[in-house]
Design a protein around this ligand. Structure first.
Ligand SMILES: Cc1cc2nc3c(=O)[nH]c(=O)nc-3n(C[C@H](O)[C@H](O)[C@H](O)COP(=O)(O)OP(=O)(O)OC[C@H]3O[C@@H](n4cnc5c(N)ncnc54)[C@H](O)[C@@H]3O)c2cc1C
Length: 459
């Protein structure tokens, strides 16, 4: 294993909180440029959400997501991730959506939102007198975006610029062996570049001296000093749990308090004793999206209830990657959107979990007829499980709603460039940061570039 369990020293150039995709990509980039780097993670293994679990004997799946937003090629090839074991499984759902088009849409939606915050998103209602950039273009763009976006990513439909949620990063495809192979490849890249990785040790707080972040407190009582600290935790977790609030400027605390969460997801990992025969083989390799009313699901989530018909994506992941199931068997995942972290009538109980599991299995049967009789085991993951296992506020994998006031330069601090934060010496990567939604590893890479620039004067 490339990672170590203890800290060799208590002073580094950079301390990175979280050994997920962003933290490991940043570590590899910084260490390759000669900085001493320590990555600290409370979990027992590297990868964060990039893990593969054996949820039933012989059946494997990635618990939190089947695929993440794509990794920019310069990072994928720069870190030699394929040689290190991250091989993309042949997948029929790769984005054909050209980046310039995506960027043009983002610019347009932002312009809409800044003119009138109550105006519906560009795709919610395109004004007939102002076709932009033309009906044909718009419908093509809409079709392309919808085909590359998980329908379970919901946001407030009343909010100006709500169409932005359709512009999250295009999917990166399935990794052979599950997302754990990607997490391990990134850990190898970081270790081989010289970064140290410490597991089973949580960061309890970030310490400031003279208004600058200079050290992190560790769960074993020690302190690790660093010239720069990079948090890959979400915005609220970073500032509201790792600082004493009265040590932070009031406007910063207010901004964090108004940062809107994104609706949660639940996942059901299902072991099947037989491979479904319907629909046909080509279709089984693609995600199956069942029609739902996203507006209703959003409002249900706001009220703390599960919609009767939540947005759902079903994947027979073993049809793309047979290594995930024993011969003749299969693994399916059911991803449900708009799932509350805390239902209106109290925490998730055994009864509520089993009702949600029944709903998910019914949706699986609808998408893949005949599967109900071949289910041999399953594991349900609801938002509190995600919070417990990854340390994400409310189990929100998105790190905050993707809306105009929380996107691009607004995500999360309009006054700071890129991944810098109002606390000098502290940088933020991960899903709450500017590049979080657009691509996997990109925010970690961008934070590393900012740190190199600030510590070494390198562009
Ligand atoms: C709109 C949008 C859509 C997205 N779509 C998806 C999606 O569909 N699925 C998905 O999974 N992601 C999605 N992402 C997230 C995106 O992929 C992330 O930017 C990135 O992949 C997550 O990697 P990470 O390294 O930042 O965090 P993680 O993988 O979450 O890793 C964080 C690590 O920090 C550790 N940790 C937590 N607390 C502490 C502590 N106190 N001390 C030490 N360690 C700690 C955890 O153990 C964990 O290993 C989306 C993001 C956005 C904004």
């Amino acid at each position: 294993m490339p990672e170590r369990r203890g800290l060799k020293h208590l002073r580094y150039d950079v301390c990175i909180i979280g050994a997920g995709a962003d933290g490991l990509a940043a570590a590899a980039h910084l260490a390759a440029h000669g900085l001493t780097v320590m990555v600290v993670d409370g979990a027992a293994a590297t990868g964060g959400r990039c893990v593969t679990a054996e949820f039933a004997p012989g059946f494997f799946a990635s618990p939190f997501a089947d695929e993440l937003p794509a990794i920019p090629p310069e990072i994928f090839f720069g870190l030699d991730l394929a040689r290190r074991g991250a091989i993309l499984a042949p997948c029929e759902r790769l984005s054909s959506f050209a980046d310039p088009l995506r960027m043009a849409v983002i610019a347009r939606v932002l312009a809409d939102a800044s003119c009138n915050p109550h105006k519906p998103g560009v795709f919610a209602r395109t004004p007939a007198e102002e076709p932009y950039p033309g009906e044909a273009w718009a419908s093509r763009a809409r079709a392309e975006i919808e085909s590359t976006v998980a329908p379970e990513a919901l946001c407030d439909p009343e909010l100006g610029g709500s169409a932005l949620t359709l512009l999250q990063g295009a999917p990166g495809g399935l990794v052979a062996g599950g997302l754990g192979a990607l997490g391990q490849a990134l850990a190898r890249a970081a270790s081989e570049a010289g970064a140290e990785i410490s597991l089973g040790l949580e960061v309890t707080d970030i310490r400031q001296r003279r208004g600058r972040a200079v050290a992190v407190g560790l769960s074993d009582g020690r302190e690790c000093e660093a010239r720069a600290i990079l948090s890959t935790l979400d915005l609220k977790r970073t500032f509201l749990s790792l600082f004493a609030w009265n040590e932070l400027p009031k406007p910063l605390v207010e901004r964090i308090g108004t940062f809107r969460p994104a609706p949660g997801i639940a996942r059901l990992l299902v072991a099947l004793s037989a491979v479904p025969q319907k629909p046909d083989v080509a279709q089984l390799r693609r995600p199956i999206v069942l029609a739902a009313d996203p507006e209703r699901a959003y409002h249900a989530w706001k009220s703390g209830v599960v919609s009767e018909r939540p947005p759902v994506t079903i994947r027979l992941v073993s049809a793309v990657d047979p290594s995930l199931a024993p011969d003749g068997a299969a693994v399916a995942t059911v991803t449900l959107g708009g799932i509350p972290h805390r239902p209106f009538d109290g925490p998730w109980t055994h009864d509520k979990r089993s009702k949600l599991e029944t709903l998910a299995l019914a949706l699986l049967e609808e998408a893949l007829p005949g599967t109900a009789s071949s289910v041999t085991a399953s594991e349900l993951i609801v938002p509190p499980d995600i919070e417990n296992r990854l340390g994400l506020t409310d189990g929100d994998l998105m790190g905050g709603e993707l809306s105009a006031a929380q996107m691009l330069g607004f995500r999360p601090f309009v006054q700071c460039r890129g991944t810098r934060t109002p606390v000098v010496g502290l940088y933020l990567a991960g899903p709450s940061s500017t590049l979080g939604p657009l691509a996997t590893c990109a925010s970690g890479w961008a934070a590393a570039t900012a740190i190199l620039c600030d510590l070494k004067g390198q562009p």
